[in-house]
Design a protein around this ligand. Structure first.
Ligand SMILES: Cc1cc2nc3c(=O)[nH]c(=O)nc-3n(C[C@H](O)[C@H](O)[C@H](O)COP(=O)(O)OP(=O)(O)OC[C@H]3O[C@@H](n4cnc5c(N)ncnc54)[C@H](O)[C@@H]3O)c2cc1C
Length: 307
């Protein structure tokens, strides 16, 4: 029996079960039976830029192996390196470099999941880089393990940036940041807290130098910092339309740092709960009915059980 089938056997076909990652953010409610996904890298193809691993593999272990060949995988782990691949995918949590690096869901090429019926289902493929039609890989990202327990994944790797540079600028009305945003080619992050703007540039040292020269025209001269702002003091995230970010920051009285161009606003204030419309709820119900009709997998995950 291979490790995916063993994982499926442990999940079984009856009774509620919780898939445990590193337990860094979310603990199982009550005395639920817990199961851990397989660990370890089963193949790494640096030339193909793909890696296949068990979903229980620690992100830090994966990072170490990929870094030896000058690569990384974008699973939003910058601020949370000790979680597991499965936990990162199940929560779909992006880090603050999403603007340049793209969303976590774009890193998944192939996924093996165990449904609530105990079946093993495969989606995507190691060479499928663009998918049309029903996309199981992306569906699993952010599903909090309620549609399927992620057993093994093939992920797209990328070259590690040769250089990283953060710059900052005083900006009381957001004009410098928005002006810069319109001109600069693919910054990795553009952040603004209502007073100061930060920009992260990643890539080849000569490209970064060229961008810095352009940024001097936007007031960034002599205001360099070695790292971005501290986001750990702002535990909540609001989601706003990217074009509404400046107005949103101006309206808030508490502390905020906005990801310009993305629409995520890090805040010390809990965002209001969003009401799901009836049509969206019906889609959720239909999907869950097909993957986990008895609602066995991760009951309550993603419903505010967060530590
Ligand atoms: C509310 C919340 C706040 C967060 N805040 C931050 C933050 O401030 N900064 C940051 O960088 N990251 C944050 N994260 C994301 C965090 O980085 C990820 O939750 C983390 O990577 C999880 O890894 P883990 O292995 O510890 O997962 P766990 O905490 O063990 O599990 C997280 C969820 O994923 C499910 N899960 C785990 N493995 C699998 C699997 N194989 N198949 C299906 N489901 C699975 C679990 O059942 C659970 O519901 C947050 C996440 C949440 C949910």
């Amino acid at each position: 029996m291979n490790r995916i089938d063993e994982f499926a056997a442990r999940i079984g076909t009856t009774g509620e079960v919780w898939i445990r990652g590193a337990g860094s953010r979310v603990e199982p409610p009550g005395n639920l039976r817990t199961v851990e996904a397989p660990t370890g890298i089963s193949s790494f193809e640096p030339d193909e830029m793909t890696v296949t691993c068990g979903a229980g593999t620690r992100l830090s272990d994966l990072d170490d192996v990929l870094a030896e060949r000058g690569q990384y995988v974008n699973l939003g782990q910058l601020r949370h390196p000790h979680g597991t691949v499965g936990g990162a995918l199940a929560t779909g949590w992006n880090d603050h470099l999403r603007l340049g690096r793209g969303p976590v869901r774009d890193s998944v090429l192939e996924v093996h999941v165990v449904t609530g019926r105990g079946d093993v289902v495969k989606g995507g493929g190691p060479t499928v880089k663009n998918v049309s039609g029903f996309d199981l890989c992306r569906l699993m990202v952010g599903s909090h393990g309620r549609l399927g327990a992620i057993a093994e994944v093939t992920l797209r790797t990328r070259p590690l940036p040769r250089a990283t540079r953060w710059l900052s600028v005083d900006d009381v009305d957001g004009s410098r940041i928005t002006d810069l945003f319109a001109h600069l080619y693919r910054p990795s992050a553009v952040l603004w807290n209502g007073f100061v703007g930060w920009v992260c540039l990643e890539g080849h040292p000569s490209d970064i130098e060229a961008a810095r020269t352009e940024m001097r025209d936007h007031g960034f001269a002599n205001q360099e910092s070695m790292s971005g702002p501290d986001l750990d003091t702002l535990p909540c995230r609001w989601s706003v339309a990217p074009r509404a970010v400046v107005a949103h920051v101006e309206d808030r009285s508490g502390q905020v740092i906005a990801e310009v161009g993305v629409g995520v606003v890090h805040s010390d204030e809990v965002p209001p709960r969003r009401n799901t419309d009836a049509a969206t709820e019906a889609i959720h119900r239909r999907l869950t009915d097909s993957f986990d009709p008895e609602r066995r997998l991760n009951p309550g995950a993603g419903d505010g059980l967060i530590r």
